[in-house]
Design a protein around this ligand. Structure first.
Ligand code: 13P
Ligand code: SF4
Length: 323
């Protein structure tokens, strides 16, 4: 059945000149049919630069919205419109706007795991792979508001010894890793390299040998000669890790959850069947108003410019847009 579906998806993709981009947290079958697999930044860049008429993003909706904001003339499809993110749910527009208005002089740095509306009231976006260079580019005398992920914000504030006002949002998957259980696991595997995504709590990050984006953690597995890795991020990443290093033991960092798994329920809404249907019907597609596209593109393009090594200007103070 899967084989037939995979063939049908490939045919449809060819017929419609579509490109499939998938995140590392998707299931193995989805990663294997994708044209590109990557982290949030890579998928945004590939989507923006794609020459295909249709980009189907198998990930979560904010990732597809980012492609649409960077490249508004493209048709951007998602397998399931409900594939959201706890960071998006935890940052409602009206409350985020009030917080922003309380600190009009600050630079608002916003994690890409956010709605298009929040991006529209932000000064610059970051992903887990470029967050350090984004923060480093902000003039020292400016104060920083960081949201919606408090753990990534706290990690950056500590790294740069720079105070930041943090929004209280969190990833419901990464905060489930247990620091005490990780401590026990490390004692049992003293030679293992501990890898953690910066959305994890501080108790996990303090024990990690490498903290980074999904692509950074994969790079470590690829290049580090160690034979055991303890991994504190979503389990979908094991697929590429196993492909890269079939010779190593990969151990999931223990999770405080009844299923004991590090499973993003939003990423896992996507299936091959839904991908096939989305390509066939060209729905669900990302639609954002012209005004929202323009407003959100300012902060997202500022991130892209900094990432490309360009110098950028910063607004003196926040002027709320009419949304
Ligand atoms: P990356 O950009 O590191 O792939 O992270 C995306 C994400 O949603 C992590 O939970
Ligand atoms: Fe959002 Fe967490 Fe899922 Fe990433 S793993 S998409 S941050 S809920």
């Amino acid at each position: 059945m899967n084989e037939q579906l995979v063939t049908a998806i490939k045919e449809l993709k060819e017929q419609k000149n579509a490109q499939i981009l998938a995140h590392y947290y998707e299931t193995a079958d989805i990663q294997d049919i994708a044209d590109e697999v990557g982290d949030s930044l890579y998928l945004a860049q590939k989507g923006r630069d794609s020459e295909a008429g249709i980009v189907l993003l198998a990930g979560v909706v904010f990732m597809a919205e980012s492609v649409k904001i960077l490249s508004p003339n493209k048709k951007v499809l998602v397998p399931d419109r409900e594939a959201s993110c706890s960071l998006v749910h935890g940052s409602p527009y009206a409350e985020y706007l009030s917080w922003r208005q309380e600190h009009p002089e600050a630079i608002a740095v916003t994690y890409i795991n956010s709605s298009a509306e929040i991006k529209a009231i932000s000064d610059v976006i970051c992903t887990s792979s470029n967050a350090e260079s984004i923060v480093a580019s902000i003039p020292k005398e400016r104060s920083i508001l960081f949201g919606p992920d408090k753990n990534l914000g706290h990690y950056l504030a500590k790294k740069f010894s720079r105070p930041m006002l943090l929004w209280e949002g969190e990833c419901e998957v990464h905060v489930m890793f247990s620091a005490s259980e990780l401590h026990r696991l490390r004692s049992a595997h003293p030679d293992a390299v501990v890898l953690a995504h910066p959305e994890c709590n501080e108790g996990i990050l303090q024990q990690a040998d490498v903290v980074g984006s999904t692509s950074r953690l994969l790079k470590e597995v690829h290049t580090n000669p160690a034979k055991q890795f303890i991994v504190a991020t979503e389990e979908g990443i094991f697929h590429q890790m196993r492909k890269m290093r079939p010779d190593v033991e990969l151990i999931q960092s223990p999770v405080d959850d009844s299923c004991g798994c590090a499973h993003c329920p939003y990423m896992k809404l996507n299936t091959l069947e839904k991908i096939y249907d989305a390509l066939r019907t060209e729905e669900p597609k990302i639609h954002l108003s012209q005004e929202l596209l323009e407003l959100a593109s300012v902060s997202l393009n500022r991130m892209m410019d900094i990432t490309d090594g360009k110098t950028v200007d910063w607004p003196e103070s926040f002027v709320p847009p009419q949304l």
